[in-house]
Design a protein around this ligand. Structure first.
Ligand SMILES: Cc1cc2nc3c(=O)[nH]c(=O)nc-3n(C[C@H](O)[C@H](O)[C@H](O)COP(=O)(O)OP(=O)(O)OC[C@H]3O[C@@H](n4cnc5c(N)ncnc54)[C@H](O)[C@@H]3O)c2cc1C
Length: 385
């Protein structure tokens, strides 16, 4: 059991917060550290050493091989594709649950751009969960609400990171046939504090409130991912300092570098991702650069739902190992400046007036590596002439 309650190391806590809810003494509180991530804090006087937090921690994973199926999947509806990050799988799974008069949990931004979980029970509501919000979401009582709906015999779809989905299953501690979990294949979760400082820095520069940020706008195609920021004054801009730091693994939660969930072995009913590298394994699917999903169906419940929604999809079965070899299947490396960057955030040296400067500065490759890449490119260009 390599979890936080045994090792007391931050890398061993994924922040799902389930321990706070199950503690019989209410001795655990999730508190934010200087980097902006939540960790359990135990009130020693209240703790009776029952060991529940340690034994049920969502980071205790016994890898079991599922009988999963992996697909290339694309929504046939152009509007759904346009509003989704990848191939629109989330929408179709969510609609199935809504049609069953169920409830869907997903991640949205509030008016101050805090990413958090909410639930909806109508088709119009699905829209606010579409699109990836590349920041750790606040679970916001989601586990308690899921349980309440299940106990009222409603269908529930819970979507989130693999660790959030596992946290929910561990919290419920029993299986419910009407619970469907759908995890995004997540390579890492960035700090909400860094995101907040970034938004504040943009607002200071622009002297206008940021109204929205679309990380995965498809205006320039699915592959060309540049976030678009919309301001209250009606202006729009493409800005990628935060996004670059995220994809370069500089602003992640420590546990993401030691993630227990990253392999082709998956535990939710569905796992959804971008089908990066599709051109290397299939050239029969028409690729308009409008978005293609990698869909893993891991359980019988998932397979049953897929049978129902497949009429809305372009679908092709592929080899699981091969598909995941092109996506997130091993832990991401720690960026060489991660600790230096967060030291600045914790001390306040990096703040809402200068974070964009430091995001750009620290994510940059060192000079010798930039020169080396130029030289390599120069010779590659000559050789390919
Ligand atoms: C932090 C993060 C890291 C990711 N890393 C990868 C990766 O390495 N490789 C890859 O192929 N795909 C990754 N994805 C998944 C990818 O971006 C798409 O979310 C996924 O392919 C679903 O696309 P869609 O078209 O089906 O859904 P969409 O319609 O875009 O729906 C988005 C779904 O994601 C959920 N969601 C949005 N933001 C968050 C969040 N912050 N936390 C939890 N759930 C959220 C929503 O609730 C909804 O269920 C990542 C997503 C996130 C949020």
């Amino acid at each position: 059991m390599n979890n936080f309650f045994v090792t007391h190391e931050k890398k061993d806590c994924n922040g799902c917060g389930m321990c706070e809810l199950i503690c019989p003494q209410k001795a655990i509180k999730m508190l934010m550290d200087g980097e902006g991530f939540l960790y359990p804090n135990i009130e020693k006087e209240k703790c009776i050493n029952c060991g529940l937090c340690k034994n049920r921690c969502s980071n205790n994973i016994n890898k079991i091989k599922n009988d999963e199926d992996t697909y290339i999947a694309i929504s046939k509806d152009k509007n759904i594709l346009k509003g989704s990050s990848s191939g629109g799988m989330f929408f179709h799974i969510a609609k199935y649950i809504i049609d069953k008069k169920g409830v869907v949990f997903g991640v949205t931004f509030d008016e101050n751009l805090n990413a958090h979980h909410e639930y909806i029970d109508n088709i119009e509501g699905i829209k606010k969960f579409q699109g990836s919000k590349y920041v750790r979401s606040d679970l916001n009582n989601a586990y308690l609400n899921v349980e309440k709906f299940l106990k009222n015999d409603r269908y529930v779809l819970f979507t989130g990171t693999p660790c959030q989905c596992e946290g929910l299953r561990k919290y419920l501690n029993k299986s419910y046939n009407k619970l469907i979990t759908c995890e995004i294949v997540c390579h890492a979760n960035p700090s909400p504090k860094v995101f907040k400082l970034y938004i504040e820095n943009l607002e200071k520069i622009k002297k206008s409130k940021v109204e929205n940020i679309y990380f995965r706008s498809k205006e320039n195609g699915w592959r060309n991912q540049t976030p678009i920021i919309e301001y209250e004054d009606g202006s729009k801009e493409e800005e990628n300092s935060y996004f670059n730091a995220f994809v370069n693994e500089m602003i992640n939660r420590p546990s993401c570098y030691d993630c227990r969930f990253c392999s082709e072995m998956r535990y939710s009913d569905f796992s959804i991702a971008d089908f990066w590298g599709i051109e290397k394994i299939d050239d029969t699917i028409k690729d308009n650069d409008t978005g293609i999903s990698l869909l893993n169906v891991n359980t019988q419940n998932g397979k049953y739902i897929l049978e129902y929604i497949k009429k809305y999809l372009i679908l092709k079965k592929v080899n699981t190992k091969e598909a995941f070899s092109l996506n997130h299947h091993t832990n991401v490396p720690v960026h060489r400046n991660r600790n230096k960057f967060f030291k600045g955030v914790c001390s306040g040296k990096i703040n809402e007036s200068n974070i964009i400067f430091y995001l750009n500065k620290y994510v940059k490759k060192p000079l010798y590596r930039r020169i080396l890449s130029r030289v390599k490119k120069y010779f590659n260009d000559i050789l390919s002439q």
